[in-house]
Design a protein around this ligand. Structure first.
Ligand code: UT7
Length: 376
């Protein structure tokens, strides 16, 4: 069947996760919690924490370079760079601008997308529109987050959930059959304050008072978010698959936002969809927000879960409450990711600003870094 959307394919993919690991046992030393509670309520066992020399832009750049190499392209082949993130290096310039410089691209337009955990899926949809309209041939879409710098490590309701990382994809124009088939995006502002970072914007600029009350950290109404997430993930998934002219039973693999394994299981149950066809890696990374879908997609391909011709559903939800779902037919050769072997943090340099450098690593986790002997 010919989908109404055609001609836009994922040709490259890649991810990056920092090396420092924060386990549930480590969190037990910081807040009143325990491994059994965290695993049974969330499925999370550990998450990664960016080192002092890492930022959202640096991790995004490594994932981006890997995706470009996998696509068999050079950085200058990219016409547009989109970074989905809620943890940019700075409110301005965009993280995408820093990525452009770090990967050595001389010609792309670059911008960030603010859709929280749906940032990669929203970025994918934007990239699709650019390629489908002929405004771009190759777009680099990245989801990247350094959530550890916005996490209150005294709040057990949130600090157990989040982690750092990056994932990326290259979307390219091609006349081959397959590629993107159905896109659905929604926003439900009734849930706008379920997940919230109150201070630092124009409504609540940072002051000594906002700092003292911890308003520069993420706040979340967990139970409310959970319920709305299951509902919107389900409706967004169905709408995307139907737009593609398919049924859920036509899908080979679902790659959902990795927030909580119970949310993923509830989604599968509500759709009567088998968990065997759902990719889950939340146990090792926690919730990496916009990075989660592309990080999971890269791991799914690397682990042999995706074959050429497979029909995939990428689906996410996040603050806003945003939700987005992409139905696509995978056409790239999974073996192409061997081209990215050898690309790592040493290959990217973020242009520094002109103020005195600072150590952005969370003070609450310095003990972990010292114990793990991490150099970065
Ligand atoms: O990308 C989107 C990001 N957000 C999400 O996906 C969050 C969605 N929500 C969730 O994942 C879940 O709501 C949580 C994992 C955050 C919480 O799970 P829950 O089953 O909804 O627990 P709860 O908040 O209803 O809390 C149950 C109990 C409470 O004790 P009381 O009041 O019943 O005595 C909490 O205080 O568990 C307690 N609790 C904890 N206990 C041990 C809350 N956090 C913890 C903890 N360790 N870390």
């Amino acid at each position: 069947m010919t989908s109404p959307l055609s001609g836009v394919h994922v040709t490259g993919w890649g991810s990056y996760a920092p090396s420092l690991v924060l386990t549930n046992a480590d969190l037990e030393r910081m807040v009143e919690t325990n491994d059994e509670w965290v695993v049974s309520r969330t499925g999370i066992r550990e998450r990664r924490i960016a080192g002092p020399n890492e930022t959202t832009a640096s991790m995004a750049s490594v994932a981006g370079l890997r995706a470009i190499a996998t696509a068999g392209l050079e950085p200058d082949d990219i016409d547009l760079i989109i970074v989905g993130t809620l943890t940019p290096d700075y409110p301005m310039p965009s993280t995408a601008a820093l990525v452009k410089q770090a990967i050595g691209n001389k010609r792309a337009a670059a911008m960030d997308v603010a859709a929280a955990c749906s940032g990669f899926v929203y970025g994918y949809a934007t990239a699709h529109a650019y390629v489908a309209s002929g405004m771009a041939k190759n777009v680099l879409v990245i989801g990247a987050e350094t959530l550890s710098r916005y996490t209150d490590f005294t709040d057990r309701g949130t600090c157990i959930l989040f982690g750092d990382g990056a994932g990326a994809a290259v979307l390219s124009a091609s006349d081959e059959p397959g590629g993107t088939m159905g896109i659905e995006m929604t926003t439900e502002p009734s849930g706008a304050y379920y997940i919230w970072l109150p201070a630092g914007g124009s409504a609540r600029p940072t002051t000594n008072a906002t700092l003292a009350s911890g308003e520069h950290y993420m706040k979340m109404k967990g139970a409310e978010t959970f319920k709305m997430a299951v509902r919107t993930l389900g409706s967004t998934s169905l709408a995307s698959v139907r737009r593609a002219g398919l049924e859920l039973s036509d899908l080979d693999l679902v790659v959902p936002h990795q927030a909580n394994v119970r949310i993923i299981e509830a989604l599968a149950k509500s759709l009567h969809f088998p968990m065997e066809k759902v990719f889950v890696n939340v146990s090792r990374y926690g919730n990496t927000s916009a990075a989660s879908v592309p990080l999971a997609l890269s791991e799914a391909v690397a682990s042999g879960r995706v074959k050429q011709g497979d029909r995939l559903l990428l689906v996410a939800f996040g603050a806003g409450l945003t939700s987005g779902a992409i139905t696509l037919q995978w056409t790239a050769d999974p073996a192409a990711m061997a081209r990215a072997a050898g690309i790592g943090p040493a290959d990217v340099t973020i242009q520094p600003g002109y103020l005195e450098p600072t150590n952005p690593f969370p003070a609450a986790l310095e003990w972990l870094r010292a114990e793990s002997g991490a150099a970065s």
